[in-house]
Ligand binder design. Structure first.
Ligand code: AR6
Length: 205
């Protein structure tokens, strides 16, 4: 099966998710990587990642948006998961979201002390989410910028970690079902950071 181009994928996603797209779509692509600016809850893909907290029972930011869009059944399933450690990930169904699954991961709360531990935990969020998606035979995974909102991780540092982990995974798991990894940014500032750093990790061929 031919992998759709980025433009095709997002045209599809937007058409499926909303009648009239209300946000600009800014994307770039190298074979299996996309950058998407907009609301992650509007995407129609195999899995989206939730930047959750250890309780997995909802919160603000993207977590709040995902729970609001997915509905109460998501909270019910999350209650049965017994929380999640920092750097770990757990999967649920997508319920009322256009996407089929949600991979809940718990990023570190940033502090300038013990940066190495925070960096390892953030890398682990990306790695365990990718592993879970592959293990669940999912074709797409869409990541928000984990820990860079309420949890305060500096966007540039976090983006280096995100891109590095995804590159490692994509490069070393050729047999995985994952066809596409989508980085989702909300703000223009975060989009600019990703656009600057993406070519370092995924150089155009
Ligand atoms: N779509 C895409 N990205 C979004 C959306 C959205 N709908 N909403 C926000 N973002 P944050 P964290 C971006 O704070 O830093 C919750 O209370 C946002 O601009 O959601 O990991 C949890 O329960 C930022 O770039 O997650 C935890 O307690 C990124 O998503 C805590 O926040 C992540 O920001 C987790 O904090």
């Amino acid at each position: 099966e031919k992998i759709p181009t980025l433009a095709q994928l997002f045209k599809l996603a937007v058409i499926k998710a909303v009648e009239k797209p209300k946000f600009p779509i800014d994307s770039m692509l190298l074979d299996r990587i996309s950058l998407f600016q907009g609301d992650i809850t509007q995407l129609s893909v195999d899995s989206i990642v939730n930047a959750a907290n250890k309780s997995l029972l909802g919160g603000g930011g993207v977590d709040g948006a995902i729970h609001a869009a997915a509905g109460k059944d998501l909270l019910d399933e999350c209650r049965g998961l017994n929380g999640c450690e920092t750097g770990e990930s757990k999967v649920t169904k997508g319920y009322r979201l256009p996407s089929k699954h949600i991979i809940h991961t718990v990023g570190p709360i940033y502090s300038s002390r013990d940066i190495e531990t925070k960096a390892a935990q953030l890398a682990s969020c990306y790695r365990t989410s990718l592993e879970l998606a592959a293990k669940s035979s999912l074709k797409h995974i869409a990541f928000p910028s984990i820990s860079t909102g309420i949890y305060g991780y500096p966007i540039k540092d976090a983006t280096h970690i995100a891109l590095n982990e995804v590159r490692q995974f994509v490069a070393t798991e050729p047999g995985s079902t994952l066809e596409r990894v989508i980085f989702v940014v909300w703000s223009n500032k975060d989009r600019d950071v990703y656009q600057d750093l993406l070519p370092e990790y995924f150089p155009p061929s």
